[in-house]
Design a protein around this ligand. Structure first.
Ligand code: BGC
Length: 385
């Protein structure tokens, strides 16, 4: 069956001039035609399942992925599941019913796709776990993401440097806001930051007035902005009402940072500017960075994540078993590591292509985001291109 499918796929990639398998291929079409020459009848289908449009980055991911695959002649079915787990299962079933040849999935809940992906595996459809690791299924072939632990580490190091924690005996107050426990990335981000800051908490240089330092306590379901805002309002009322100064709000990403910033603006009595971290480069957060309300974000160039996914996807569609050599062979203009040790999804290690995140502050927005072409400046603020 596997063999038959790969033969069918290979046939589909040969120009329409060639009658598949008749042995009379013209010289011109003896080798597989570039995928761009796929015709409507032979086009391979790629199913892309994104979590939600309500978190900004996934809109960009969906668009970039669609653009990349379509430019190479694939037919693309792109779904968004409104952050609803059952809807994502239904959407993926729909993609399978549409006979997609490849699935690219960013899961809402990493643990909820085991059954639907069994169906994909039974049909020999390769599945790329996109950005978020899908857990407890052996149906996924590869994982493409950024180095998630490093994202958190960069946030922690930013705070360490901003407060000169290595060289000070002063005490600073910090609160943590992490991501969705259903998203495998969230723990990596939190641990990356916490591992940098933990020695200072132990030493007493960093104090957490709420005492909330465990991931489960500081997590934010669905990465929701209002949930993060409500929690921070509660923290401010409970622990900062008597004039205690909040120095740092370590937020794992921009959607949570947005809520935390709103809470600080409305409910914080202090007059100091609180260091607020984030991740993604969402437009509202970049505006806040320029306006001095958020201090930094960790930018992940999802345009490059889409390119890595395209090249990996094409290799899988050709029946190859890509490894680290894909990186050099693809001649990407961005850095990427091939990792075969960090991401175990419960069925074993999933080979991963991990891109490199960048710290963005007011000082380097122009250089990192605008000069690179990812954003353009409009009325003084960056808008994604
Ligand atoms: C992504 C982050 C994003 C978060 C919420 C995570 O899985 O890696 O970039 O901020 O989901 O959308």
């Amino acid at each position: 069956m596997k063999k038959l499918l790969s033969v069918l796929m290979a046939c589909a990639m040969i120009a329409v001039l060639v009658a598949c398998g008749n042995g009379n291929a013209t010289k011109q079409a003896e080798s597989a035609a570039p995928v761009a020459e796929q015709t409507a009848a032979t086009k391979l289908r790629v199913g892309i399942s994104m979590p939600t449009k309500s978190l900004e980055r996934w809109n960009r991911d969906g668009e970039y992925l669609k653009k990349e695959f379509e430019a190479k002649g694939y037919q693309v079915d792109l779904t968004y599941s409104d952050n609803k787990i059952t809807q994502q299962v239904n959407d993926i079933e729909g993609l399978l019913a549409n006979n997609v040849n490849l699935l690219v999935i960013a899961a809402i809940d990493g643990d909820s796709l085991t059954q639907v992906l069994k169906d994909a595996k039974d049909r020999n459809i390769p599945v790329i776990s996109y950005d978020r690791l899908i857990m407890n299924t052996d149906a996924i072939s590869y994982y493409v993401s950024f180095d998630n632990y490093t994202v958190g580490k960069l946030q922690g190091e930013f705070v360490e440097q901003a407060l000169d924690l290595k060289n000070t005996d002063k005490k600073y107050n910090i609160e943590f806001t992490a991501g969705d426990p259903a998203d495998n990335n969230a723990g990596f981000f939190f641990n990356g930051a916490f591992d940098v800051l933990k020695p200072y908490i132990e030493k007493g240089t960093l104090v957490v007035p709420s005492g909330q330092t465990e991931f489960e306590k500081v997590a934010t379901a669905q990465w929701s902005t209002p949930t993060a805002m409500n929690r921070m309002q509660n923290l401010l009322a409970s622990y900062y009402a008597g004039g205690t100064q909040l120095d740092v709000a370590l937020c794992s990403n921009d959607s949570t940072a947005l809520g935390v910033t709103q809470a600080i603006e409305s409910d914080y009595a202090g007059s100091n500017s609180v260091i607020i971290t984030g991740q993604d480069g969402d437009e509202a957060n970049l505006k806040n960075i320029i306006d001095g309300k958020q201090t930094m974000t960790v930018y992940k160039a999802v345009a490059n994540e889409a390119i890595a996914t395209l090249d990996l996807g094409e290799a899988l569609l050709k029946g190859e078993k890509p490894d680290g050599s894909l990186i050099n062979n693809s001649k990407w203009s961005f850095d990427c590591a091939y990792d075969t040790s960090s991401y175990n999804n419960g069925t074993g290690i999933i080979p991963s292509y991990l891109l490199v995140p960048t710290v963005v502050t007011k000082d380097n927005i122009q250089k990192e985001l605008v000069d690179t072409g990812y954003y353009k400046m409009e009325n003084g603020y960056p808008k994604a291109n």
